[in-house]
Write a protein that binds this ligand. Sequence first.
Ligand code: MOS
Length: 768
Amino acid sequence: MTIQMSKTFAATIEAPSPGANMGQAVPRYDAREKVTGQAKYASDYAVQRPAYAYLLTSAISLGSIVSFDLEKARAIPGVLAILTYHDMKDTVADSKFFASGGYLGSTIRPMQSAEISHDGQIIAIVLAETYETAREASYLIDVVFDVKPPSASFDTLGAKVRSAKLASLLTHDDPAVGDIEKGFASADVVIEAGYSTPIQHHNPMELFTTTCSWDGDKLTIYEPSQSVYGLKNGVAEQLGVDAGNVHVVNPYVGGAFGSKGMVTHRTALIAVAAKKIKRPVKLVATRDQGFTIATYRAETRHKIRIGATRDGKLSALSHEGWEVTSRPDSYAVSGTEATSRIYACPNVSTKVNIVYADRNTPGFMRSPPEVPYMFALESAMDELAEKLGMDPVELRRVNDTMREPIKGLPYTSRSLMACFDQASSAFGWSKRNLRPGSMRDGDWLIGWGCATATYPTQMAAAAARVRWSSNGNVEVETAAHDVGTGAYTVIAQTAADKLGVSIVKVTVRLGDTSFPPSPVAGGSITTASTCSAVAHTCDLLIARMAQRVGGAEDGQRAARVEGTQLVDSRGGKEEVAAAFERMGNTVLEQYGEWTPDGGGKGDIKSLYAGRSKITGGAKLKNSIQHAFGAEFVEVRVHARTKEVRVPRIVGAFAAGRILNPRTARSQLMGGMIWGISSALHEATEIDAQTARYINDNLADYLVPVNADVERVEVIFVPETDTQVNPIGVKGLGELGNVGTNAAVANAVYHATGQRVRDLPVRIDHLIV
Ligand code: MOS
C-alpha cells in the first residue's frame, strides 16, 4: 500500500481543515489501489480451473415447479452440470433468521423443494467451462410451473397484517408515554396525514458474487460481505461443517449499503455445487438477479397525528407505521424508536405493523428505520409549522430537548440546534419568504425546505491484533470491512496516532476471517467499534513497553506515546527505540478485545461466532446516544412541465469526534445525494398481479447522476462526547441520508403549494 501524503494538508472542499475535535483529512489509504485497478474484489481472486455458475431464477412468485426440461441446455458443449432441487435437496441444513439469533437474511430456502415463495427465487444452477456457456444453457431450460396468485404488497388479496410487537422474532416494543387523547385535547392545532415510501434496492456497483473452493474439507469463500465472521459461521452451520474449516476472504467491498450484511442462500448452494463437481465454482449473479436473491428496503406507510399549542410546543404525537415483509419472516425496521424520541412531547403513542406478502425477505438498507420513518415525521413537522404560521426551524427549536421523552433519559450530547443554525446561515434561510409559491425565477418556482437528520450512536465489541516493529512499522489486523467508507484509513490513523508513527508506516489488513473479528459493517458502527478496539490494543502494547520506564514498578498500565517517547503515568520518559532495545525485541505483538459500555460479557464470544451484539442508541439504561444534523434544500420546479431540480443542498452535522474530515465529508455528502435520490428518483416498481419487480436494472431503476446533483455542502459542527466510547466517535455512515427526502418534499411544497406525501416525488404528482 502506498499512501501519498504530506505533513500538512491544504484545505480543499474534499479535505476540509479539521475543526475542534477532528483528526487530519488524510487521503484514503486504499485510493491508489482502487483507482489503479489493483484492489482485488472477491470475484477477482483466481482459483484453479474454476467452473462458472449461472443462476436460473423463478419466473413466478408463488406456486411450485412441476418439471424441468434440461435436455437442450445439457447439449451445449462445455456444460458441466445443471443442478436443481432434485440434486440439492437436503444438502443445506435449515438455518435460523438473523432476527432470531441466526445468520440468514431470509428463511425461504431455495432449491430444497419444488416450492416457489417469491419472484426470482433461485431454482437451478448451471455449471460450465465458461460464464457465457453457463448463461446460454440456462436460457435453454424449460420450466413448467404450477402458478398460484401471489400477494404483491399492501392492499393485495392475501396480504396479512400483524402488530410488530406480537411478531415473536422481533424485540420490537411500541414506544409510548403519557396520555395521547389528553394530549390531543389540550392541543390548539392538530395535523393528521398519511405518508408512504417505495420499495428500494441497494444496487451496489459490485454485484452479488460468490467463489467457493474446497481443499479436502476446508472451504474458502471469496464473497463481498459486511460480516465475514457471520458468513463463515452461517455457511458452516448450513453445510453442517466445523466453522474452523471455513475461511472467508474479502478485503474490498464495492458498495453494500446493508445488502451484503446477512448470509444469503447462494453461498451454501455454490459451496455444495463446488463439492459436487470437485472444482472451484465462481458465481457472479446478474444485476436483475440481485433484486431477488438479496434483500431490499421494503415499502412503508405511515399515519401521523401531531397536536401542538399555539407556541409550537408538541402536546401529542402519534405515529403508526406499516411495513411489508415476506410470508415467513417477521422483519421490520421499526423506525418509531427514533421518531418517538426526537422531540420533547409529553404524550406519545406509536405502533408498527408488519404486512406479510409473497415477496423475498427485505432487510436493512442505509439508515433502515430512519429514512422512511423520519420522512413521515419531518414532513408532518413541516405541515405543522405551516399550520402554526411558524418558521420550521423555530418549530424544531421550541421542541428541542436534552432528554428523550419516552423514558426521560438524557442525551449524552445533542447539537441539533447548532446544526440547524449553522446550516441555515450557510444556506441563507433568513431570506426565505414563508408563503408557498412566493419565490420565482422566470419559469422556475423556487422552494426551500429543511429537515432534521438523526442516527443512533451504536457499537459492538471488536478485537484486533497490532504488531509494532522497532523500525517503526505497524501492522493492524482485524476482520472489519471497508465498504467504501474509509475504514482502512481511519483504522490506520488510529494506530498511527496511538503509536506516534507516520501513517505511511501503518499497514492495515481487513476483511479476512484469519484476523481477529470485528462486527458487521452495519448500523454505522465500524469506526466507533473497530477503532476503539485498535486504540485499546495499542494501549495494551504501550503499557507492556512502558512497564519499566523510568524504574517504575511492574504493572504500570497508563502510558502513552508522545513524539518519539514513551511517557508513563508518573511522567517517566523513554525513547521508543530505547524501549525496544531494552526489551530485546524486534517486534512486539498484541491482541486486544474491546467491549462497549452497555455490552455484555459474552459479546466477544458472540463476535467469534459471527454475531454482533449491537448496543447504544436508545438501548442504554441511563442515557440515549444519537448523532444529529440539519439539512436545507433548494428545489426549482418548472412552472409548466413540473420538472424538479435540486440546485443546492446544505447539511450540518455533529457526530462527536470526526477522525477524518475527508472521509467523513464523503460519507455525509453521499448520504445527502442518496437522500435526494430517495426523494426524487428511486423506486422499485412491482406488478400487483404477478408480484414481480419490473424495473430490475440500472436503466429503469433511477439513481441520481452528476447532472442531478449540483452543489452539496457539508458543514461539520464541532462536538465532544466523552460518554459514547473512549475515542468519542459517534459514527456517521448513515446519518447524512436521514431527513433529506423530507427536506426535498418540504421544499417542493414551498415552491408549489403542493404537498406530496408519497415518495418519490414525480412530475405526475405535480401535474393536476
Ligand atoms: Mo447498514 S443498512 O446498517 O448495513
